[in-house]
Design a protein around this ligand. Structure first.
Ligand code: HEM
Length: 508
């Protein structure tokens, strides 16, 4: 009887010990290790960490209307803003039992992003986020990442990128033609850019139309909204297996739907190749993935699941960020019509009423300055994260293993030491002497595309797409911001205008 009782007690106490170890002992140890080196932050609260405070701050700020200012960091990431004021450049906060050390010091950022010793890895433990990116290039490490990065580099740089220009022009052309229906009226532009950027990535990377990929895009957008809704919700370890929330079931369903829709696109291409309708699986990104899938050498091969993860990643990353930056560019040009005029003059001087061309795109100086300034003020990516693989030296600190690191581009992009006291103002002339001069040689002060080995692989693609879209709009239309526009930048994985951007459109 007493043996049975002891076994029962042991069985009851093991889970409690595990919970205490994970939710109390580990945070206590990490907090102690960081605090002893001067890295402070809001106190860890059992189980939730600081998530309740974060939700509260966000809720409170979203109730107050905002004027048309670009000083948006206190609103979009109020927790990071207010804690940085209290605890300084380097501080720690808690998402549940996970420590996030926020870093804004340039030398430390360089060490993290260059990652020469391999001490900093990507974070890949968010259940929902995994559904969006799978185990693809965004989260992969080591040999798998090298293989995927090589494929992506080939598909989105150099000659491949040049070949995409006519496709981008053709999609932008359909968009500006549609805009004729709105002449003299109010139009919401973000929906237009959603269509454009989805169409462009579908055509250039997957050789299909927006309509063919429509289920993929619609599911990605819904999944993204669900992820953002749950971003600060903390769950007990393993509880997902026991209790499925409505969002869990919905996320599982969406993941399956994404898998099936992409598999259909992949199978269709394979069938076309076997019938000889496309040569060697095609010259686009999907074609490269399929070539490698059918490679003779098993080491070089990628599996069907890896192909699906890569497609998901590029369908999402390839349109969401560019969509966001186009919405904000139009907002800024609609407010600062003097810059709209300057940009238009440059575009007309270079292209007249003709379509843009690859060579001309590289010579668009004013438009480039405007895009940089948009990315500075409204960086689509608002957090760059890594994790310490092991006990690691960073600057003057020694960090324990398993500490998450968070670099906030919004804070860096508004640092008055780099950008001056007018950091919140839209002044594209900051970039007139090039990137290095604008940041006084501090290459970590401007990180819309990240830096180091994991820097955005689609940067040139995004620039080409944005330059083409803006040029073709400026060639045809003048616009101002509608009085109905409500300024409310909010984060749905990327920074987006919550209520869209309404403009008043006039033909030239
Ligand atoms: C304005 C547009 C864009 C912005 C602001 C942006 C931003 C970023 C940032 C900040 C990172 C680095 C994340 C990190 O270090 O953890 C990144 C990585 C990445 N981006 Fe972009 N991106 C844009 C457009 C694109 C496009 C158009 C594509 C695809 C065609 C793309 C594909 C990727 C991929 C695959 C990675 C992961 C690279 C790796 O880990 O090796 N991005 N992007």
């Amino acid at each position: 009887m007493s043996t049975l009782l002891s076994i029962c007690l042991l069985l009851i106490s093991i889970p409690s010990i595990i919970i205490l170890y994970k939710l109390w002992w580990i945070p206590f140890r990490i907090r102690h290790a960081l605090e002893s080196q001067g890295i402070k932050g809001p106190p860890y609260k059992f189980f939730h960490g600081n998530t309740k405070e974060i939700i509260q701050m966000k809720d409170q700020i979203s109730k107050t209307p905002m004027d048309l200012s670009h000083d948006i960091f206190p609103r979009s990431q109020p927790h990071l803003y207010s804690w940085s004021k209290i605890y300084g450049d380097v501080f720690v906060f808690w998402m549940g039992a996970k420590a996030f050390t926020v870093v804004t010091e340039p030398q430390m950022i360089k060490e993290i992003l260059n990652n020469k010793e391999g001490n900093f890895s990507k974070i890949n433990d968010g259940d929902y986020v995994k559904k969006l990116f799978g185990d693809g290039i965004v989260v992969a490490e080591g040999e798998k990442w090298s293989k995927l990065r090589k494929l992506a580099n080939h598909a989105f740089h150099g000659v491949s990128l040049k070949v995409m220009v006519p496709e981008m022009i053709s999609s932008a052309r359909s968009m500006v033609d549609r805009w004729k229906n709105y002449q003299g009226k109010e139009m919401e532009v973000c929906e237009q850019f959603r269509l454009l950027t989805s169409e462009v990535i579908s055509r250039t990377a997957f050789g299909s139309s927006y309509l063919e990929g429509i289920t993929v895009f619609e599911t990605l957008i819904k999944l993204n909204a669900l992820i953002s809704r749950n971003a600060f919700k903390i769950r007990f370890y393993g509880s997902k297996k026991l209790i499925q929330s409505k969002d869990d079931t919905e996320a599982d369903r969406m993941e399956q739907q994404l898998h099936d829709s992409i598999l259909e696109i992949v199978k269709k291409r394979e069938a076309e190749a076997s019938k000889g309708q496309v040569n060697d699986f095609g010259n686009d990104f999907l074609g490269s993935l399929l070539k490698v899938h059918h490679h003779m050498d098993p080491k070089s091969q990628v599996s069907v699941d890896e192909i699906i993860d890569e497609c998901k990643t590029f369908y999402f990353a390839g349109h969401d960020t560019t969509y966001s930056s186009l919405c904000w560019s139009i907002l800024l040009l609609g407010i600062h019509t003097d810059w709209q005029e300057k940009a238009r003059k440059e575009v007309i001087q270079l292209f007249g009423q003709e379509n843009p061309n690859s060579e001309g795109l590289t010579r668009l100086k004013t438009v480039t300055m405007i895009i940089y300034e948009t990315l500075r003020l409204y960086s689509p990516v608002t957090t760059i994260t890594r994790r310490t693989e092991r006990k690691t030296k960073l600057g003057k600190y020694e960090l324990p293993a398993n500490v998450n690191l968070l670099i906030p581009p919004q804070a860096l992009h508004r640092n008055p030491e780099t950008w001056g006291q007018d950091a919140h103002l839209f002044k594209p002339e900051r970039f007139s002497q090039g990137l290095a001069k604008s940041t006084n040689g501090n290459s970590m002060a401007f990180l819309p595309f990240g830096s180091g080995t994991r820097m955005c692989v689609g940067m040139n693609f995004a620039f080409n797409e944005a330059k083409i879209a803006l040029s073709m709009i400026l060639q045809r239309y003048k616009f101002t911001i509608s009085p109905n526009y409500v300024h409310s930048p909010h984060i749905v994985l990327t920074m987006q205008p919550q209520h869209g951007v309404q403009i008043l459109l006039q033909p030239l």
